[in-house]
Each structure stands twice: as structure tokens, then as C-alpha cells.
Design a protein around this ligand. Structure first.
Ligand code: FE2
Ligand code: FE2
Length: 391
């Protein structure tokens, strides 16, 4: 049932209109404009439609309309004006202020009823459309959220697989992405962005986690080798940049012009290029190397130097700082090295946090493996004990 509020200072007219609607609508009557506005202000449930006499006392009807249409809670109430004023300028002003209909006095109640019913019908359609729009919006949000989760899911799986494959404790991809985030933020704040939009920052750091995904294609014997590479082994290792970029090229047609794919490609293929042109796979130099790959190269080397591996001790932060600083203009983009130097305290702090997390993970893994060993032993003992029994 629709709800109506009738605002009219003429009691006879007010009662006649009320009688016309009381069978089909829930009706509230008010004989003073100011009181009507006060009631709307206090109430949490708004009427669907108001019939307002333009000559109502207490407040000017136009002022009342202005306040209703300017209020978030009330703005959707349909307003039908009744008035003895025959001036078309008055009627136009009522429509300008948001009236849905304007009916001249003396009021023919049957005609008023018909016109109000039409307004209520329109209102019903509007509500239906709004409910469809809300439903569609919910569906869009649901799918957008799901596709974002799918992205995180796939990135998580790929980085885990890389970790398993190269035998590290699983933090390289995340650490590099974090160090890159610090350097990139410093550069962007200094106005060096090579056209990268600030809103892409998170997307870039997510893509950075995939920079070594091509290692999945490198043989274990090479990836896990602790000594110096032979020329052939080094050739195989270098291929990780090609494996990744080939795989991306193969499937990029599924999402044309997708920024995430572009960023992932740039970093995965070019993060081992050197500023002097002596890197791989394409031997690009200077600013021909994509900007994000130049930034990632510094973060990648910093982590490679400072992370502890089974076959080498960790380089200290100071040593890594010196090595990277000496590589400015040779291995690395000098602008990126300057940003690294400016942000080095932040990077060192993050490195300490990553080290603590790595140690925690190693302890957990050792505990899990110990538990697993004990379970295997216990099950063997039970097997032996049951082996002579007849069941
Ligand atoms: Fe790499
Ligand atoms: Fe790497």
C-alpha cells in the first residue's frame, strides 16, 4: 500500500482529499506546512507522495519543496501541487522546484485521484527499475571481487611454485616486490614516473612478484646448483626471462591492452638487462629498457645479495648499498640508484622484517617436517606390530 501525506490548511479540502485516498493508501494529514516538514524531519519512513496546497500556512510551499528536494532522506518523495493560482509562471516554478504534477483549484477530487494514481504508478516502475539496477550492481561487484580473488589465487600459486622449484624459503618474490615498492614510491614522488599512473602502483607490485616465473622452466640441476655455472648452465638459467615472456605472449590475446599483462611482461623479460647494454636476453641499454624493469633490477639484486642461502652468507645492507651504488650507470639506471640511496633506511627496515618472517617460516617448516617424520615412524611401528596378526 502506498503512503500519502496531504498538506492543506483548508480543513474541508483536506478532509475531502483524505476521503478520496483512505481506502487505497495510508494517509497522513497536516494542516500546517512547518509542522509537516517537522514531522518528515523526525520520521525515518518517508511517504511515497505528498499533495501540497500552494497556499498552505506556516511556511511557503515553494520553500518547503526546496527543503524536501535538497534533503537526501526526502528527495525521492513525489510532490503534487494544488493551487488557486492560475499564473503559468507559478506552475513553471513548481515544476522547476521538483513537482511531479500541478492541479488547479477548485479541486475535482476524482481528477486529483486519477492524476495521483498515475504518479504512484510511475513511482512503482521507478522502484522496479532501481531494484533491477541494484541487483545488477550486486552481480557486477560479486564478479569483480571474484576475478580479483582469482588473480591473487593464481599469483600466489605461481610464486609458491617458483619457491618450491628454486629451493628458497619462498620470500624472494615478495621481498623484491616490497623493495621495488619503496624505490618506485620515492621516484614517483620525485616526479620520475615515465607515464606510470599512481593508481597502477599496487598492480605493478603484484606483477613484480611474477618476475622470476620463468624459472619453472629451468632444470633443477641448474636452478639449485650451488657453485659457479658453466657457460651452458648459464645459458639455461638466462632462459627464464624468455620462458616467462613467451608464455605471456601466448596468452595475452585473451586480455588485449591489459596493464597487468603489460607490466608483468616488461618486468619478467627485461629485469636482467643492464644499463650498459651487457645484460640479457636482448642486450637493451639505457632508457630502451622498460622503466619498471630498471627499477626491479635494483630491488632484485638487493634481495639476491642480502638474502641468506644454503650456499652463501648474506651480504650486509652496507655492502649491498655499496655494490648497488657502484653499479650506477653500469648495471643500473643512475636515477633508480639515487632513489634506492634516498630510500635505503626504509629498505633496510623492510629487509629486517622479511628476514624475521623467513626465520619464522623456516622454524614452522622444520616443525612440520619433524611432526611428519614422527608420524611416519609411528605408522611403521604399528605396521610391524600388526604384521603377524590374523584378522
Ligand atoms: Fe630473474
Ligand atoms: Fe629475481
Amino acid at each position: 500500500m502506498h503512503s500519502l501525506m496531504i498538506v492543506d490548511s483548508n480543513d474541508t479540502e483536506l478532509m475531502a482529499i483524505q476521503r478520496a485516498f483512505e481506502q487505497t493508501c495510508s494517509v497522513i494529514t497536516m494542516n500546517n506546512g512547518k509542522s509537516a516538514l517537522g514531522r518528515l524531519n523526525k520520521s525515518t519512513v518517508m511517504p511515497d507522495l505528498m499533495i501540497i496546497d500552494l497556499e498552505v500556512v506556516g511556511i511557503s510551499a515553494f520553500e518547503m519543496m526546496g527543503r524536501i528536494k535538497g534533503n537526501d532522506k526526502m528527495k525521492d518523495i513525489s510532490i503534487v501541487i494544488i493551487s488557486g493560482d492560475k499564473e503559468s509562471s507559478t506552475e513553471l516554478e513548481a515544476y522547476r522546484l521538483g513537482a511531479s504534477d500541478f492541479i488547479h483549484k477548485p479541486v475535482n477530487v476524482t481528477l486529483l485521484k486519477k492524476r495521483v494514481e498515475l504518479q504512484l504508478e510511475v513511482l512503482g516502475y521507478k522502484k522496479q527499475v532501481q531494484s533491477h539496477v541494484n541487483q545488477l550492481q550486486q552481480n557486477v561487484n560479486f564478479h569483480a571481487q571474484n576475478s580479483l580473488r582469482l588473480e591473487y589465487f593464481l599469483i600466489g600459486i605461481i610464486t609458491d611454485l617458483i619457491s618450491v622449484k628454486d629451493g628458497f624459503t619462498g620470500m624472494h618474490s615478495v621481498s623484491v616486490s616490497k623493495y621495488m615498492g619503496i624505490i618506485l614510491r620515492d621516484m614517483m614522488m620525485s616526479g620520475i614516473n615515465y607515464g606510470i599512473a599512481p593508481e597502477d602502483y599496487e598492480l605493478i607490485l603484484l606483477a613484480a612478484q611474477l618476475h622470476d616465473m620463468g624459472k619453472i622452466g629451468v632444470p633443477d640441476s641448474v636452478l639449485r646448483k650451488e657453485g659457479k655455472y658453466t657457460d651452458e648452465e648459464f645459458r639455461q638459467m638466462k632462459n627464464h626471462t624468455i620462458y616467462a615472456s613467451n608464455a605471456i605472449e601466448k596468452y595475452a590475446y585473451l586480455l588485449p591492452n591489459n596493464k597487468f599483462i603489460v607490466y608483468t611482461y616488461q618486468m619478467a623479460r627485461y629485469h636482467h638487462e643492464r644499463f650498459d647494454g651487457n645484460g640479457y636476453p636482448d642486450g637493451l641499454s639505457g632508457q630502451n629498457i622498460p622503466f619498471l624493469a630498471r627499477v626491479l633490477a635494483v630491488a632484485d639484486v638487493y634481495d639476491a645479495l642480502t638474502a641468506k642461502r644454503s650456499y652463501k652468507q648474506a651480504t650486509t645492507h652496507e655492502q649491498a648499498y655499496n655494490i648497488i651504488s657502484q653499479g650506477a650507470g653500469i648495471q643500473f639506471d643512475p636515477q633508480v640508484v639515487s632513489a634506492f640511496q634516498r630510500a635505503q633506511a626504509d629498505i633496510f627496515e623492510t629487509a629486517k622484517q622479511m628476514m624475521a618472517q623467513t626465520m619464522q617460516m623456516q622454524a614452522q617448516q622444520a616443525q612440520q617436517s619433524d611432526m611428519h617424520q614422527r608420524m611416519v615412524q609411528k605408522s611403521r611401528q604399528m605396521d610391524r606390530a600388526n604384521s603377524g596378526k590374523v584378522i
